[in-house]
Write a protein that binds this ligand. Structure first.
Ligand SMILES: Nc1ncnc2c1ncn2[C@@H]1O[C@H](COP(=O)(O)OP(=O)(O)OP(=O)(O)O)[C@@H](O)[C@H]1O
Ligand SMILES: [Mg+2]
Length: 406
């Protein structure tokens, strides 16, 4: 069919033509904002799920819901920021949010205070003075200048919250790939949100990340448990997956045959990214106004080649030989989460010898630990890919660690 009208969206964060199965999260978010607007507290959301399951798309939806209510949204895609980059990024975006809530010429006293808190917050960014927030709002001594991220953020959020409150609107801080924030950064944000929520100010935080987001400690953990819901989003049900395939085609006057749909759902197991990729390939080979089982069969090869050469391959390409061997051994043990000791055993090594490799893979976001002692792939079907891409398990020699050398 016509490539120009291909309605499938196999791109990260791309809003699908048919957005299905995520109504609960978006409804919960609407309620959250309305509660904050009337001075009530409510738990915010951090959505968790495997790669390609559709986390960024609902996060973008949340942004639109917020913007429709005239809230300002500060968006951050986390990577391994050091603190000054995090401060700079947040300060720049919070400045824009503040100016959108009220233009400088109309600032009330509250806005002046909020602006000053932001200036103070940004001063800690760069001691060489090569960067500044680029406005003439003076800093305030003693506010947001403690040099401690949690304390400084708390001051900033409180001042911004008070200013936003005057306008009857609020600010959403939306962070994608939350797992890449350093623990102290996430803890700082959570503690600051906690104080704002206690004062019923209209600032909230929503996030998305792979199932295991940074492990929190102590106070931050108990705040987080009270402050957030952590809904886990997974593959679509068969009925939703059927709609994800069929609705976009129907909008273009094309119908899927039942057996074609069933086969497509089975091949993708309801994973949104796989659905979009297969739908896209099927559209390219199908003709007329029906999608038949034959078309799906015909498209499968291109679909698998596309996944292997992009979605899966980019992950493997980043791995060292030892990391590759670790993932290959895990794959050999099966799709389920695997015990560290079993993986090490299959590699012919002691757990302690390969523990650093396992930790690196978790740090890279390729593995997560669903429960203590176990690890699983963050990418659906990565186990099968590993078996295809690396036919034999070959374990490179592991250098002895200094402490064990005699
Ligand atoms: N509810 C949905 N229904 C149908 N398709 C969806 C849905 N959500 C997302 N998609 C599609 O799935 C793909 C992946 O979406 P998205 O980028 O949001 O996933 P992600 O979980 O953020 O992935 P990653 O972990 O790699 O960042 C996109 O092609 C998107 O169009
Ligand atoms: Mg994403």
């Amino acid at each position: 069919m016509d490539s120009i009208t291909n309605p499938y969206t196999p791109n990260a964060g791309a809003r699908p033509d048919a957005m299905v199965g995520r109504e609960e999260q978006t409804a919960a978010f609407g309620v959250l904002l309305q509660r904050l607007e009337v001075g009530r507290t409510s738990q915010s959301l951090i959505v968790r799920g495997l790669r390609g399951v559709g986390k960024t798309v609902p996060l973008n939806e949340l942004r639109e819901i917020a913007e429709r209510r005239s809230w300002k949204v500060v968006e951050l895609e986390a990577s391994k920021f050091d603190e000054s980059v995090l401060r700079r990024t947040l300060a720049t975006q919070l400045k824009a949010a503040l100016l959108q809530l009220s233009p400088r010429a109309k600032w009330s006293e509250r806005f002046e205070w909020a602006g000053s808190a932001l200036t103070s917050f940004s001063l800690a960014v760069d001691l060489q003075g090569t960067w500044s927030l680029g406005w003439s709002v003076p800093s305030t001594e003693g506010v947001a200048d403690h040099g401690d991220l949690a304390l400084d953020l708390t001051d900033v959020f409180l001042e911004l919250g008070r200013a936003a409150e005057e306008t009857g609107r609020g600010i959403v801080i939306s962070v994608d790939e939350v797992q890449f924030l350093k623990r102290e950064q996430l803890e700082g944000i959570i503690q600051a949100v906690y104080k704002t929520v206690q004062r019923k100010l209209p600032i909230t935080f929503v996030g998305a990340g792979i199932p295991q987001i940074a492990e929190l400690a102590g106070d931050a953990k108990s705040y987080a448990e009270r402050l957030f819901k952590f809904p886990e989003i997974s593959a679509l049900t068969d009925a939703d997956a059927a709609a994800a395939f069929a609705d976009p085609a129907r909008n273009e006057g094309v119908e899927w045959d039942d057996n074609a749909l069933k086969y497509a759902i089975a091949m993708t197991r309801g994973y949104p990214y796989f659905i979009q990729e297969l739908g896209h390939e099927v559209w390219e080979v199908a003709t007329g106004d029906r999608i038949t089982l034959e078309s799906v069969h015909y498209a499968i090869e291109a679909y698998e080649a596309k996944l292997d050469s992009s979605f899966f391959r980019v992950r493997l390409d980043r791995a060292t030989p030892l990391q590759t061997a670790y993932m290959r051994a895990m794959a050999q043990l099966g799709a389920a989460p695997q015990k560290a000791a079993d993986v090490a055993g299959l590699m012919g090594r002691e757990s302690a010898q390969v523990a650093p490799t396992r930790a690196e893979l978790i740090d890279m976001g390729l593995l997560y630990t669903p429960e203590h002692g176990y690890a699983a792939f963050t990418v659906p079907d990565f186990d099968k890919f590993m078996l295809r891409a690396v036919p034999n398990l070959e374990v490179p020699p592991i250098r002895k660690r200094r402490s064990t050398q005699r």
